[in-house]
Write a protein that binds this ligand. Structure first.
Ligand SMILES: [Zn+2]
Ligand SMILES: [Zn+2]
Length: 335
């Protein structure tokens, strides 16, 4: 099969013929239809995550959707031709965390595109597929949309719904209007929360407003935590750091009201070695919750997919009604 192979860090990928992945009895081979690119690919490509990245040459790509090509002999839930999403965090289905619905922190976790060959290729293998693969809603979600759901969208959904416990009417401050931040903005808006987007790019902030943010702050121009406290009359209920640097993490915590919830999704760059300073006294005295959030457990997928499917259907119906009304109003009168 053809694949884009990482042969040395920080160098262009090489398109070449490679061996197809091998099928295991509990696995599935997926013929890929779409694969996204995100900042995690960049971290891998830079050679920052050698702690768990498979040795080179390696095939990156972890935001995947496609069709089932071949199933192992023990597979019960999938057959050739099924449309599927592959989450980027795969559990073994048997450890205490998987069995209690937290496959994203499995004791024997594997990650396609990182711990083994991923999606910048024609085919990939999904181990323990009965408990890891997800069916796409029939005909309602396209492959390109679905591929992003296996990484940035599911990560934002788990961060906001599972860990941040965002509720209708909450103020949610989203730091970083990239893939995860924009997904978090859409999800929180759908839940009925008020999103304040924070970034250093006006263009990204404009886009955040298009997908639901009610306020936008360019942190190059003003102190975002002070602006947020003023806008919300005290502070946000939830803050999310979608980037993972000292400044955005601190701004998120500082923008919270008492008993607010901070959600840390962004991981630190190599230089920080996973260490940032946190304002402990404020966290204690304001009873702030500091939550880590990693990927999404498979158990939360059905809720997320139903939300996407039904909202897609609703907006299709709604926009056709609008077009119909507009045509009806502008049609020249014949009487
Ligand atoms: Zn990703
Ligand atoms: Zn497990």
């Amino acid at each position: 099969m053809k694949a884009a192979v990482l042969e040395s860090f920080k160098e262009p990928l090489t398109i070449k013929d490679v061996k197809e992945p091998e099928l295991t009895p509990d696995g599935v081979i997926v013929k890929l239809k779409a694969c996204g690119v995100c900042r995690s690919d960049w971290h891998g490509w830079m050679g920052e995550w050698t702690g768990f990245l498979a040795p080179l040459p390696h095939i990156l790509g972890h935001e995947m959707s496609g069709e089932v090509e071949e199933v192992g002999k023990n597979i019960r839930n999938f057959k050739k031709g099924d449309r599927v999403i592959i989450p980027f965090t795969l559990g073994d289905g048997t450890c205490p965390y998987c069995r209690s619905g937290h496959s994203n922190v499995c004791d024997h976790q594997v990650m396609p595109g990182f711990t083994y060959d991923g999606g910048f290729a024609e085919y990939t293998h999904v181990p323990d597929a009965d408990s890891n693969l997800m069916h796409l809603p029939a005909g309602r979600v396209e492959f390109v949309e679905a591929s992003a759901m296996g990484c940035r969208f599911m990560t934002a959904f788990h961060g906001m719904v599972g860990q941040g416990k965002v509720a209708p009417g909450d103020w949610v401050a989203v730091f970083g209007a990239g893939g995860v931040g924009l997904s978090a903005t859409q999800i929180c808006t759908a839940i009925g929360a008020n999103v304040i987007a924070v970034d250093i790019s006006d263009e990204k902030l404009e886009f955040a407003k298009k997908v639901g943010a009610v306020e936008a702050i360019n942190s190059k121009n003003e102190d975002p935590s002070e602006a947020i406290k003023e806008m919300t009359k005290g502070g946000a209920q939830v803050g999310v750091d979608a980037l993972g640097i000292q400044e955005t993490m601190l701004n998120s915590v500082n923008s919270l009201n008492k008993r607010g919830r901070h959600v840390q999704i962004g991981m630190t760059p190599f230089g920080e070695k996973g260490r940032l300073k946190i304002p402990v006294n404020d966290i204690v005295s304001k009873e702030i919750q500091f939550n880590g959030s990693f990927g999404m457990p498979v158990s939360e997928f059905p809720g997320m997919l139903q939300m996407v499917e039904k909202r897609n259907a609703w907006s299709r119906a709604n926009s056709s009604q609008k077009r119909f009304r507009w045509r009806a109003l502008t049609k020249p009168s014949t009487t």
